[in-house]
Design a protein around this ligand. Structure first.
Ligand SMILES: Cc1cc2nc3c(=O)[nH]c(=O)nc-3n(C[C@H](O)[C@H](O)[C@H](O)COP(=O)(O)OP(=O)(O)OC[C@H]3O[C@@H](n4cnc5c(N)ncnc54)[C@H](O)[C@@H]3O)c2cc1C
Length: 466
């Protein structure tokens, strides 16, 4: 099968960038459209990829603005790429051909409804802002990607973002009551969760099936008590096995994060927090709840399981000490950035029981290729982020991509999947050919064509051609 996207945007059609931008500007007003090349250049990348400079960038303030932009782009035969904060790690928000980028950063209305325990957010709302606005009402929004200070609700739902709390509390999509969506024709839909769950279909679809213009989100009351452990092991396999034992014994930690030796060393070089450089694996664990006895008992289960595997366990004495321990996890990204200027961030999920073997295989690939690969992730869910560190001035990006592919194949061979929370985007689109058989891929294409027959929404993402 092959996509006919090229015939939709015939090579004879070459709109002058400013002609399309001019039309958008005339309809929306000049302050909502960027047409200068210097301005447009800023909208061709996300946190991992650089793509093509868009023909025009629209900064909508209302759903009607989105409708206008989608309809005009549709009439001109130009695709539309939705964009939040562009912190994505799979190239989802990156235009791959002449496009109109719709950047949601001005759609930041947010209302809290404490009695309903709901927030109604426009897509440009920063993730952390939801919990900050909910806090005075004694409520919280649990999805906690490490990027929560910059990422947006639209981008989080586009990728179905997770975070350290997802093992106990779930991912972004688990907190959606309803969505307002603008479809490929520019029509507005109000989607509730329910039969056929069209809202669920939109979540994680990376802007390829519709553009989210509003989300009704579920808020919860935060737990009264939290307890924190830092645990280190002489061997990665011991960490994975201890975690499985603790969970089997009944512990449901709210956070369960893993860092390998490279991450430990990088964070230590960066912040000198006193982390054990000699350790092969470090776990950071929180248990939480409203009943202190249960919270302590769950912590004890984790502690016992880890000690049985020879781990060294350190309990945070208070909130301040816990925050200091978690600083280690939060600092991984900047710390790795000091080793090499660029990273390709893989995002595989494997059964927890296979983690030791997967970590070992990835290490072997790192040694064989000469690339530094740091590994960390949400070990409770088996979600691992092998980060390939490289310097594009001296190292080949094609070789990095090839290594990312090898890592994806290790995950698939061990019963895992290509992505836990960063999406497929452009980066892993071709790996989908390894992950799904042709009939499954064909079914996905049928859904895409049913909702976006002209293939005008974020082309080149998720679905491979063959
Ligand atoms: C340092 C760092 C740490 C990170 N940690 C995590 C983590 O812990 N967990 C995690 O899950 N991710 C993490 N990420 C990845 C990234 O932050 C998430 O994928 C986030 O959800 C992207 O949000 P964004 O607003 O930047 O979206 P963008 O990158 O702008 O867009 C992401 C995708 O969503 C689509 N999109 C954007 N807005 C809309 C909309 N309104 N309607 C429909 N589609 C839309 C885009 O087209 C694109 O496909 C991290 C990234 C960085 C740089």
């Amino acid at each position: 099968m092959s996509s006919n996207s090229s015939s939709l945007y015939p090579s004879t059609y070459h709109p002058q960038p400013n002609a399309l931008a001019g039309e958008l500007s005339a309809l929306l007003g000049p302050t909502k459209v960027l047409s200068g090349v210097g301005e447009r250049l800023n909208y061709r990348y996300d946190a991992i990829l650089i793509g093509q400079t868009p023909l025009a960038v629209v900064l909508p303030e209302t759903t009607e603005d989105v409708v206008t932009a989608v309809r005009l782009a549709r009439r001109a035969g130009i695709p539309v790429v939705g964009r939040g904060a562009a912190s994505g790690l799979s190239g989802g928000a990156v235009p791959l051909q002449e496009s109109v980028v719709i950047s949601f950063t001005r759609m930041t209305q947010l209302n809290i409804f404490p009695l309903q325990q709901q927030a109604v957010a426009q897509p440009g709302v920063i993730t952390l802002a939801v919990s900050e606005a909910a806090k005075p009402y004694g409520l919280v929004y649990p999805p906690d990607p490490a990027s929560l200070r910059t990422s947006t609700i639209g981008g989080n739902l586009g990728e179905n973002a997770g975070g350290p709390m997802c093992f106990k509390y779930g991912v972004s999509g688990d907190y959606v009551h309803a969505l307002e969506v603008v479809d490929a024709d520019g029509d507005i839909h109000q989607l509730e969760r329910g039969a056929y769950d069209l809202a669920g279909l939109l979540i994680g679809s990376e802007g390829t099936l519709g553009l989210i213009t509003q989300a009704t989100l579920r808020l919860v009351t935060p737990p009264k008590y939290t307890r924190t452990l830092m645990i280190h092991f002489a061997e990665v396999g011991q960490a994975a096995e201890a975690v499985s034992q603790a969970i089997a014994a009944g512990a449901v930690p709210s956070k369960l994060e893993f860092m390998d030796k490279i991450c430990i060393g990088a964070v230590e070089d960066y912040l000198a927090l006193g982390l054990p450089r000699e350790a092969e694996a470090l776990l950071l664990v929180d248990t939480d709840g409203d009943d202190l006895e249960t919270v302590e008992a769950e912590l004890a289960l984790v502690e016992q399981a880890c000690k049985a595997y020879g781990a060294v366990v350190r309990r945070a004495a208070n909130d301040l000490e816990a925050a200091a321990l978690w600083q280690a996890r939060r600092s991984i990204s900047p710390a790795l950035g000091r080793i090499r200027p660029k990273r390709m961030n893989e995002d595989i999920v494997v059964p927890r029981s296979r983690l030791p073997e997967v970590v070992r295989e990835i290490r072997a690939l790192s040694e064989a290729t000469g690339f530094n690969v740091a590994q960390f992730g949400h070990i409770g869910d088996g979600n691992l982020h092998p980060n390939i560190l490289f310097d594009p001035r001296h190292e080949s990006e094609a070789a990095v991509h090839d290594l990312a592919h090898q890592i994806a194949l290790v995950a698939l061979r061990c019963g895992g999947v290509l992505s836990g929370e960063h999406g497929i985007g452009a980066m892993k689109r071709d790996f989908m050919l390894d992950a799904l058989d042709r009939s499954n891929l064909e079914a996905l294409w049928q859904i895409k064509r049913a909702l976006d027959p002209a293939l005008s929404l974020n082309p080149g993402k998720i679905l491979p051609e063959w």
